[in-house]
Design a protein around this ligand. Structure first.
Ligand SMILES: *Cc1c(COP(=O)(O)O)cnc(C)c1O
Length: 370
């Protein structure tokens, strides 16, 4: 297409062209690699529940019908399993969509929203898309720092985004710290707790945020089916929120934002507790194993409670993260570069199948000898 530069052509709102578009994890390896292990997007190595797959096949026969715009049965399934009120749940096309809707609803030009130094990149994009100003709070030891977040609050602050656990670090804030953060925020500041990896966390001092939402007017918790349920391709997220916020999001969302395939897959996945259990067990075992093996290789691994590890590489150029990434890709292991998250010399690896985990450790053993 020939682009004729015409100064009268349509122009986007101020600030939109300043957004650095999201770059997803790679999904391909160089030509000639026959088997690929995709460990770049924190997908479930056990796949989706077979019950979800069966539900999708069944709905494939009825695609002419619009879905239930309110996703009522899906919200009820979530509410039943999590012990929540379905009226305080809004579902979405991935939790990304909700983060965007929340930003569009509560932020505008002149407002500020805070996220942490190595926080999930999507927050910045949505803050900018709403015309507001992103404010970064420093982390301490690659973990959100409540005091730094509170120090960043001004009279312009409207939202604080907290990924707990965070991606790509895998670190988390104990619930007592999340409470301390909330207690010190002004009442008009919305605390968005993004608990995308909540199901994986096995720590007594962790809570996803349900109680905090239930007891307050300025906290929401977002969740996703993309990680524990292995349904990243179906795009399903949800938020648990006070009624006044639900009333806002109901006005802002698309009328059929969760499609019929997603609804059926989500219900089946939510009800397949055995698959969730298997996934949690698999992850707990291999997360420990990977952390130990990689540490023994002399690589620093940020302590993770999620389904991924952040691996830091040595200073020496020949063993840099970029070189390691090339070396692993050539052998079919696709990890995630995280320079954009402030980690130029690290790679994020999803906990994979036994074969993938052992394969990466073997390949890195060779790489570090080379
Ligand atoms: C993967 C992820 C999500 C989930 O995104 P979806 O749009 O639901 O697939 C949300 N937050 C964080 C921190 C994540 O890593």
């Amino acid at each position: 297409m020939t682009e004729i530069v015409d100064n009268n052509r349509p122009k986007p709102r101020a600030g939109i062209m300043d957004i650095a578009a999201y770059v997803p994890g790679k999904s391909s390896a160089p030509a000639g690699v026959d088997k690929i292990h995709k460990l770049s997007s924190n997908e479930n190595p056990l796949g989706a529940s077979p019950k979800a797959t069966a539900a999708v096949k069944a709905v494939a026969e009825k695609l002419e019908f619009y879905p239930d715009g309110a996703a009522t049965r899906l919200r009820e399934a979530i509410a039943h399993i999590h012990g929540l009120n379905a009226a305080n749940i809004v579902c979405s096309n991935g939790s990304d969509e909700l983060l965007g809707l929340i930003s569009q609803s509560y932020l505008g030009p002149g407002d500020e929203a805070i996220y942490t130094e190595h926080g999930f990149m999507v927050y910045k994009i949505y803050i900018q898309a709403a015309g507001a100003t992103p404010v970064v709070a420093k982390e301490t030891d690659e973990r959100a720092d409540v005091d730094a977040i509170l120090a960043a609050v001004t009279d312009k602050t409207k939202i604080v985004f907290l990924a707990n656990p965070n991606n790509p670090t895998g670190t988390y804030l104990p619930f007592i710290e999340v409470r301390r953060l909330h207690a010190a925020l002004p009442a008009h500041v919305l605390l968005v707790v993004d608990a995308a990896y909540a199901e994986y966390v096995r720590r007594n001092d962790y809570e996803a945020g349900v109680e905090l939402v239930a007891a307050n007017q300025n906290v929401v918790m977002t969740r996703t089916f993309s990680k524990i349920h292995g349904l990243g391709g179906a795009r399903i997220g949800w938020v648990y929120a006070p009624t006044h916020i639900v009333e806002v999001l109901e006005r802002m969302r698309g009328p059929f934002n969760v499609n019929a395939v997603a609804i059926e897959a989500g219900i089946a996945a939510m009800n397949d507790r055995a698959h969730v259990e298997r996934t949690v067990e698999h992850n707990a075992h291999w997360l420990d194993w990977l952390t130990q093996q990689l540490t023994e290789l002399g690589l620093r691994v940020t302590p993770s409670v999620g389904n991924f590890v952040l691996i830091h590489f040595p200073e020496a150029e020949k063993h840099s993260a970029a070189r390691a990434d090339d070396y692993l890709s050539a052998r079919g292991y696709i990890l995630r570069r995280v320079a954009g998250y402030g980690f130029p010399n690290a790679l994020r690896m999803t906990v994979g199948t036994e074969e993938a985990n052992r394969g990466v450790v073997d390949a890195l053993t060779e790489f570090l000898k080379s």
